[in-house]
Ligand binder design. Structure first.
Ligand SMILES: [Zn+2]
Length: 326
């Protein structure tokens, strides 16, 4: 089946990994967003979170229906450990979800096929099909958001592994005696390089509570405490990215996140990687091109692919539309 403007699906990113809050859009077969919705992510209960997703999906479905081209499927990007085949969220520490049959719960209420995808995998698929990864076949995507998520595209495919967690480098511990992480471990990369950790480490060092992006701005301006925190974040990332590059031999490392990191702040990462990667070809490092939309566009791509409506990885690359600026 060809993919055109009359094919539509809904993509929702509930993570807070690529953007703050819950983001959803009605996406057509060319990869263009027709309309979008945003909602604050409820922190009180699992039920409220699910209700918010249902309300958003229903409104988008209604709009599509009124337009005469109903949405045929829903893709949902979720952070954490997700069984994509069964539609179950096993563990999502940042959303406090545990063993939830999310696809079935949503499907029962919305009456369309629902497909779950790990959010970093969704983001990687989106950057590969519509963003900065359009000219490569092998890439690593790292997202610095509430947590640190990552995923690998290898030979044009999202690497899944035995349990769907392949390429997840954010919870490798580089300091087993370090800070406690949301996953229960200590000293994970996430405890150095997530938005939350950058802000927390700076607050501990400088006794001043500011946002992560302000810490990064201060680091760029030479503030010693901020420089230390930001260098530790980049150092932690470089250590695990170098290992990933040795394993997958990718051409491109894509960095993205909620913080809107200026590329000059990321410049030292290139040097840190060059000092750590030998023999294997050094990859290019780029900031993601889709910003906060990567998760929902990837979720939409997955909805097209798994519902059998088309193959975005093949059809959107090359001829895809230029991603819309937020
Ligand atoms: Zn962890």
């Amino acid at each position: 089946m060809g993919m055109d403007r009359s094919n539509r699906v809904i993509g929702i990113d509930i993570g807070g990994t690529f953007g703050r809050g819950i983001r959803g859009a009605l996406v057509d077969g060319t990869g263009s967003e027709i309309t979008r919705k945003e909602a604050v992510r409820p922190r009180t209960s699992q039920e409220e979170l699910i209700e918010t997703v249902i309300t958003m999906a229903s409104r988008l479905a209604e709009l599509a229906h009124r337009d005469g081209a109903p949405a045929s499927a829903l893709g949902v990007a979720v952070p954490g450990l997700v069984d994509e085949a069964l539609g179950v969220v096993h563990r999502s520490p940042n959303l406090k979800l545990q063993d939830v049959e999310l696809a079935r719960l949503l499907q029962d209420r919305l009456r369309v096929p629902v497909f779950l995808v790990r959010d970093a995998g969704a983001g990687a698929l989106a950057e590969y099909t519509l963003g900065v990864g359009r000219s490569v076949s092998d890439m690593l995507l790292v997202v610095m958001g509430v947590g640190v998520g990552s995923a690998v595209i290898s030979g044009g495919q999202v690497l899944r592994g035995a349990h769907g967690a392949a390429g997840e480098i954010g919870h490798i511990s580089i300091d087993p005696a370090g800070m406690i992480c949301g996953c229960g471990g200590r000293g994970c990369v996430e405890t150095f390089a997530s938005e939350t950790s950058i802000a927390r480490r700076y607050t501990l060092a400088a006794k001043e509570a500011i946002l992560a992006e302000e810490v990064i701005a201060k680091a760029t301006a030479g503030n010693p405490a901020a420089v230390r925190v930001w260098n530790d974040a980049l150092g932690a990332l470089a250590t695990v990215i170098a290992t990933a590059v040795a394993l997958i031999d990718c051409e491109l490392v894509v960095l993205c996140g909620t913080m809107g990191i200026p590329s000059e702040a990321l410049a030292p990462l290139g040097t840190l990687l060059a000092n750590r990667i030998n023999l294997v070809q050094l990859p290019r490092v780029e900031v993601g091109g889709l910003g906060g939309d990567a998760g929902l566009l990837g979720a939409a791509a997955v909805a097209f692919e798994r519902s059998g409506a088309g193959n975005p990885a093949r059809e959107w690359r090359g001829s895809g539309p230029v991603p819309r600026e937020l």
